[in-house]
Design a protein around this ligand. Structure first.
Ligand code: 2AM
Length: 223
């Protein structure tokens, strides 16, 4: 008889502690509330609604994920490429259940996703799988993504619009970073939290003046 393989989780990542989750949700919701009242945002409202003039309540527009986290490796219970290798890495095994402080340096909003960019430290980058940044990236975007520093895709999904899967947040973030690198920034607005930049097709990037930190635990989710 075949020996049973050890089971692999859905994904590994840094999970925000419950009290941190509440704090981050409140701060980021306040930003959404302000964003949809800005004239600059209203000018591009049709990219969210499909119609000019129509209003959008961004707090309703994005559905909240169950538990805030920053995915390191999506394993899909072992079906994803490199899942087993990742789970067996010494650094992964040693890091399970350990505490990490994540630093959120920017927020992104697109018609599909709402997310927080995470700036990984050298230590945290050791848990970032090689090649993770470019996984599932459209061929046209690959060269720009390959030119970005490792870990550029690291993020916390804060919400997705109806019918959009969470994996989209990282892809939206990479697209924004690539556009920035090409100097394709549009309108800029100074906000209390930082500088908001428009990057065409309903994409917005808020560079935070002060990073928002969050205490997390590195672990896996089986659900
Ligand atoms: P996220 O990290 O952008 O939020 C479970 O589905 C988790 O794994 C989600 O948090 C999701 O997106 C992430 N995820 C799902 N599919 C993925 C993929 N193909 N590549 C990377 N991450 C993925």
């Amino acid at each position: 008889t075949k020996q049973k393989e050890p089971e692999l989780p859905l994904f590994f990542g840094w999970f925000l502690l419950p009290e941190e989750e509440e704090r981050i949700k409140c701060a980021t919701m306040d930003f959404l509330k302000t964003l949809d009242t800005l004239e600059a945002f209203k000018e591009h409202i049709s990219e969210f609604t499909g119609e000019a003039e129509k209003e959008v309540d961004l707090e309703q527009y994005f559905q909240n994920p169950l538990q805030l986290h920053c995915t390191t490796k999506f394993c899909d219970y072992g079906k994803a490429e490199g899942a087993k290798e990742y789970a067996e890495l010494q650094v992964v095994k040693e890091s399970l259940a350990k505490s990490y402080e994540l630093s959120v340096t920017a927020l992104i909003v697109t018609p599909r996703t709402f997310g927080a960019r995470v700036a990984l430290t050298e230590t945290q980058l050791k848990l970032w799988p090689e090649g993770a940044d470019k996984e599932g990236v459209a061929p046209a975007l690959l060269p720009s993504v390959e030119a970005l520093p490792a870990g550029s895709r690291a993020h916390v999904t804060l919400g997705c619009s109806a019918g959009v899967e969470e994996v989209q947040t990282g892809l939206d973030l990479l697209e924004i970073l690539a556009l920035q690198k090409e100097g394709k920034e549009g309108t800029q607005v100074e906000m209390d939290l930082g500088t908001l930049t428009y990057l065409s097709e309903g994409r917005w990037f808020l560079a935070l003046r002060e990073p928002i930190t969050a205490d997390t635990t590195f672990t896996f989710a089986a659900l």
